[in-house]
Ligand binder design. Structure first.
Ligand code: AMP
Length: 395
């Protein structure tokens, strides 16, 4: 019987999970526990075409995972018979410690906890998920897969802020990146699809979801990425500013009387496309643009201007460009954004064929014209599969 891996992504009030067959590259079941700790929680479990929903209060992550295991028992597939050989956990911040997956032990748990000040919304929740999963599945190895691992060895020139060195060292201020599992998966898949040697390619990956990031991958190694100390830096996102003059913080603190927490909330949750246009979903944004909403037009232009800027910057960082890959919710589904992201970049050899680009992509596809200097692709990301494979490789 084939080996399977249970992949768990634990948030502050949610648990996402997937039972993965890493060899076949398929999900045998998946689901989501939402609103943990709130009066009205919800659990959704999917197996094939069958979806089972439970509306029930979920006191904590432990209870959430127990409900999930009981759904596996009732609806299937049976975990007892699924030959689960590992549990893979998504962990957001691995800091300077991890450049790949690691088997969880007490030291690893302590390190993830120690890194919590760098990812206060994520690491504590990830840790809780690992602890309850280890109690429920004590007989299999648990593996932590870090969002930052692919960027752990960024060259110093890309990872270092031009900040007083002692302050930076004392407070671990440097660029860690995020979405690394996706950037690694997509850059590797793009080379496979093109039938080319990753070692010879200069690739830009645009992971455009509600959170969004760009990476420059040279010969399979990340040499730059747009997210920094936290996922706030870089591209314009659904609700985050991306790059902004840090002096805006001083200005708002001094002149608008805003506290640090209020500015944090403004930059992370009330800015980006949402702040510019009132909506953070690209589908709604296009509707507003079509209806003649001028703020929506400007918002979309700011969004794609930033994309072009990063593509150009990363081509410069790598001394050229061979592959440009779009992924995640916007990158896979939004042909208008893809076309606009490469507008005017013919001088770099970047071109898209409008017919190949049209529509949403469920499968990987090359969208540049035959013979183009740069291969432009859409590559659907699959972080769960990547986590499952990395977990399996640790055994
Ligand atoms: P993700 O964070 O990767 O799940 O991406 C979520 C985002 O993808 C949403 O906020 C939308 O902006 C975008 N999205 C999803 N479906 C579509 C679609 N059909 N067309 C355009 N954008 C989409």
């Amino acid at each position: 019987m084939t080996d399977t891996v249970l992949v768990i992504n634990s948030g502050s009030s949610s648990i996402k999970y997937q039972l993965v067959d890493p060899a076949a590259g398929t999900a045998l079941a998946s689901g989501l526990v939402e609103r943990i700790g709130e009066p009205a929680g919800r659990v959704v479990h999917k197996q094939g075409a069958q979806t089972t929903e439970r509306e029930t209060a979920v006191a904590d992550h432990g209870e959430g995972l127990r409900i999930v295991t009981s759904l596996f028992d009732e609806v299937g597939p049976s975990l007892a018979e699924a030959n689960v050989v590992a549990v893979g956990h998504r962990v957001v911040m691995g800091g300077r410690y991890y450049d790949g997956p690691v088997r969880v032990d007490e030291d690893v748990l302590a390190t993830i906890e120690r890194l919590s000040p760098l990812a206060p919304l994520h690491n504590p929740a990830n840790l809780t998920g690992i602890r309850v999963a280890r109690e429920l599945f004590p007989d299999v190895p648990h593996v932590a897969v870090f969002d930052t691992a692919f960027f752990r060895n960024l060259p110093d020139d890309a990872a270092t802020y031009a900040l007083d060195r002692e302050v930076a060292e004392q407070y671990s201020v440097r660029r860690y990146g995020a979405h690394g599992t996706s950037h690694q998966y997509v850059s590797t898949r793009a080379a496979e699809i093109l039938g080319r040697d990753l070692a010879e390619l200069r690739t830009v990956v645009l992971h455009l979801g509600n959170g969004a990031s760009a990476s420059a991958v040279k010969g399979g190694h990340a040499v730059d990425t747009s997210m920094g100390l936290t996922p706030l830096e870089g591209l314009v996102m659904g609700t985050r500013t991306g790059d902004i003059d840090p002096a805006v913080v001083f200005h708002l603190a001094r002149n608008a009387g805003m506290s640090i927490d209020e500015i944090d909330d403004l930059f992370n949750k009330r800015s980006g496309l949402k702040g510019l246009t009132g909506v953070n979903d690209l589908r709604e944004l296009h509707d507003l643009v079509a209806a003649g909403d001028s703020a929506a037009r400007v918002g979309l232009d700011v969004y794609t201007h930033r994309l072009r800027k990063y593509i150009g910057a990363y081509a410069a960082v790598m001394g050229g460009l061979d592959v440009l890959a779009f992924t995640a919710g916007v990158g896979e589904n939004d042909d208008v954004v893809r076309a606009d992201a490469v507008r005017g970049l013919e001088f770099l050899g970047v071109q898209i064929d409008p017919e190949l680009n049209a529509g949403r992509m469920k499968e990987a596809k090359v969208i540049s014209p035959a013979g183009a200097r740069v291969a432009v692709l859409v590559v659907p990301t699959n972080e769960e599969l990547a986590i499952a494979r990395q977990a399996l490789a640790q055994l």
